[in-house]
Design a protein around this ligand. Structure first.
Ligand code: HEC
Ligand code: HEC
Ligand code: HEC
Ligand code: HEC
Length: 386
C-alpha cells in the first residue's frame, strides 16, 4: 500500500493530502483485518443478487429526473417541467409541509439573496443575481415550469429530496382502487406500488440511499470553481445522515397518522447510519474526481473521503456484510489524488451500488453492534424548540 502511494507520487498526479494524512490512511488500511473470504456458496449468491441489483439500478437512474449518480454529480436540478411544488403536496401532507417551513431548506428562499456573503460569491464568479443563475439555483432553490416560463418557486423543497413528482405522484398513493384503503391494501400491492413510484423517479424513503445521495450531492458542494474561486464553503464537513436528518429535518407524520412527528426506530437508525456513510463516501469521491488543482476544494474533498473510509472501516469491523465489504474494497483502491477522475468515479459508482443494495436488503435488527457508532439524540441538528 505504501509502495503504491510512493510510486504514484509525481507531479502530474500529486496527492491531495499531506503525507501525514496519507500515512494515517495507510495505517487504517494496514490495520484492516483480512476479512474472512466468502465461501463459494456465498460468492455465488452474492454475485447473483448484485447482478439483478445492478440492472435495477441502471433502470432506476435512467428514469429518475433528478438522480445523483451521474458522472459530474448534477443530480439536484429536478426537471422544472416535472416539478409540482410543495403546495401540491400540502393538500395531503399538511404536517410535513409545516415541519419543512421550520428548516433552513425553506428559509433559504427568503434569506440567501439578501446575504452579503452570497452576493460576494456571485460577484467573484461573475454571475447574475443569486436567484437567477443556474449555479446557485441548483442547490438553494426549486424551479418550476409554469406555461413557457421557468420560475424559482421555493427553497430546497420536498421534490429536491424526493424527486420531481409529476410522474410518480399519481402512483405513490394509489392503494389499488376506490374501495381499497391503507388498512386493506395487500402487502404485495404495496411492494409493487413502492417499486412503481421509484421507477417513475421517486426517491422513496423505502430505499434511504435514494434520498441520502440527494443530501450529499448538495452537502459535499461538488463544484471546484464555486469553492476555489467563489469562496463558497467546501460542503458540510460534519454532515452525518442520522444527526442531520433526525433533528428539525425529520417529518415522520405518516407513521403516526398525523398525530405527532414520529421518531425512527433504533433498527432504522442503524441502517441509516451506514447508508449515510456510504453515500457520503461516494459523493466525496465524485467531488475529489473533479479536482484539478491542489487547493481548498480538492484537499477538503479528499480529506473528507479519507475520513469516511475510516468510518466505513469501523462499520466493517462491526458487521459482516457483503455490501459494506464491497464498498470498502472499492474505497481502498480509490487514489485520493489529482487527475484520477476515472478511477475515483469507478470506485464511487461501485460504492453507490453497494449502498443502494445495502439500503434495500439490510435488516437493522442484525446491526446492533453499530450502536456505539451512532450519534446520540442531543447531537441531532437543531431539535424542535431550539
Ligand atoms: C392526493 C394525496 C397526496 C398528494 C397530493 C401527495 N401525497 Fe404523498 N402520500 C399520500 C399517501 C396517502 C401516502 C401514504 C402511502 C402509504 O400508505 O404508503 C403518501 C406517502 C408519501 C411518502 C412516503 C413514501 C411512501 O411510499 O409511503 C412520501 C415521501 C410522499 N408521500 C411525498 C409526497 C410529496 C413530496 C408530494 C408532493 C410533490 C406528495 N407526496 C403528494 C398522499 C398524497
Ligand atoms: C452544490 C451545491 C451548492 C451550490 C451549487 C451552491 N451552494 Fe451555497 N450552500 C450549499 C450548502 C450545502 C450550504 C450549507 C453549507 C454548510 O453546511 O457548510 C450552502 C451555504 C451557503 C451560504 C451560507 C449560508 C448561510 O446561512 O450563511 C451561502 C452564502 C451560499 N451557500 C451561497 C451560495 C451562492 C451565492 C451560490 C451560487 C453562486 C451557491 N451558494 C451555490 C450548497 C450549494
Ligand atoms: C438541493 C440541495 C440540498 C439537498 C438535496 C439537501 N440539502 Fe440540506 N441544505 C442545503 C443548503 C443549501 C443548506 C443551507 C441553507 C442556508 O443556510 O441558506 C442546507 C442546510 C441543511 C441543514 C442545516 C444546517 C445547519 O448548519 O444548520 C441541515 C440539518 C440539512 N441541510 C440536512 C439535510 C439532509 C439530512 C438532507 C437529505 C435528507 C439534505 N439536507 C438535503 C441544501 C440541500
Ligand atoms: C431534506 C430532504 C427532505 C425534504 C426537503 C423532504 N423530505 Fe420527506 N423524507 C426525507 C427523508 C430522509 C425521509 C425518511 C424519513 C426518516 O427516516 O427520517 C423522508 C420521509 C418522508 C415521508 C414518510 C414519513 C414517515 O412517517 O415515514 C413523507 C410522507 C415525506 N417524507 C413527505 C415529504 C413532504 C411532503 C415534503 C415537503 C413538505 C418532504 N417530505 C420534504 C427527506 C426529505
Amino acid at each position: 500500500m505504501i509502495n503504491v502511494l510512493m510510486t504514484n507520487f509525481n507531479s502530474k498526479n500529486p496527492p491531495l493530502l499531506l503525507w501525514g494524512e496519507v500515512r494515517g490512511e495507510v495505517d487504517t488500511g494496514a490495520r484492516l483485518k483480512p476479512s474472512p473470504s466468502p465461501s463459494l456458496q456465498e460468492r455465488r449468491t452474492y454475485s447473483g443478487s448484485s447482478l439483478s441489483m445492478v440492472s435495477a439500478f441502471v433502470i432506476l437512474l435512467l428514469a429518475a429526473p433528478c438522480s445523483a449518480a451521474e458522472l459530474n454529480l448534477e443530480p439536484i436540478k429536478c426537471d422544472p417541467a416535472q416539478v409540482l411544488g410543495a403546495d401540491a403536496c400540502a393538500k395531503c401532507h399538511e404536517y410535513e409541509v409545516k415541519q419543512w417551513k421550520l428548516t433552513p431548506h425553506f428559509a433559504t428562499f427568503e434569506s440567501l439573496h439578501r446575504k452579503p456573503e452570497a452576493k460576494a460569491i456571485t460577484k467573484k464568479l461573475g454571475l447574475s443575481t443569486v436567484k437567477r443563475n443556474d449555479t446557485c439555483v441548483k442547490c438553494h432553490y426549486t424551479q418550476q415550469q409554469k406555461g413557457s416560463r421557468v420560475r424559482v418557486v421555493s427553497g430546497i423543497s420536498c421534490e429536491s429530496c424526493h424527486g420531481a413528482s409529476k410522474n410518480w405522484n399519481p402512483l405513490h398513493n394509489d392503494y389499488g382502487g376506490p374501495n381499497v384503503t391503507k388498512e386493506t391494501e395487500l402487502a404485495e400491492h404495496r411492494q409493487q406500488r413502492v417499486a412503481a413510484s421509484i421507477a417513475a423517479g421517486m426517491n422513496n424513503p423505502a430505499n434511504l440511499y435514494l434520498i441520502a445521495r440527494q443530501c450529499l450531492a448538495c452537502h459535499t458542494t461538488p463544484d471546484e470553481k464555486l469553492v476555489n474561486v467563489g469562496g463558497h464553503t467546501p460542503g458540510s464537513r460534519d454532515f452525518e445522515l442520522v444527526a442531520w436528518s433526525q433533528g428539525m429535518v425529520r417529518h415522520n407524520f405518516l407513521r403516526t397518522g398525523g398525530t405527532s412527528n414520529g421518531t425512527a426506530t433504533q433498527a432504522e437508525l442503524r441502517v441509516m447510519y451506514v447508508v449515510g456513510v456510504m453515500a457520503d463516501l461516494e459523493a466525496s469521491l465524485r467531488a475529489t474526481a473533479q479536482a484539478t488543482t491542489k487547493a481548498t476544494f480538492g484537499t477538503v474533498s479528499a480529506q473528507r473521503a479519507a475520513g469516511l473510509k475510516r468510518k466505513l472501516h469501523e462499520i466493517q469491523k462491526q458487521t459482516d456484510n457483503s455490501h459494506v465489504q464491497q464498498a470498502m474494497d472499492a474505497a481502498l483502491h480509490a487514489p485520493l489524488k489529482l487527475n484520477q477522475s476515472e478511477a475515483l468515479l469507478s470506485a464511487a459508482k461501485t460504492i453507490g451500488e453497494a449502498a443502494f443494495a445495502f439500503a434495500k436488503e439490510a435488516d437493522g435488527d442484525d446491526l446492533a453492534t453499530l450502536d456505539a457508532l451512532l450519534p446520540q439524540p442531543n447531537a441531532y441538528k437543531q431539535q424542535e424548540g431550539q
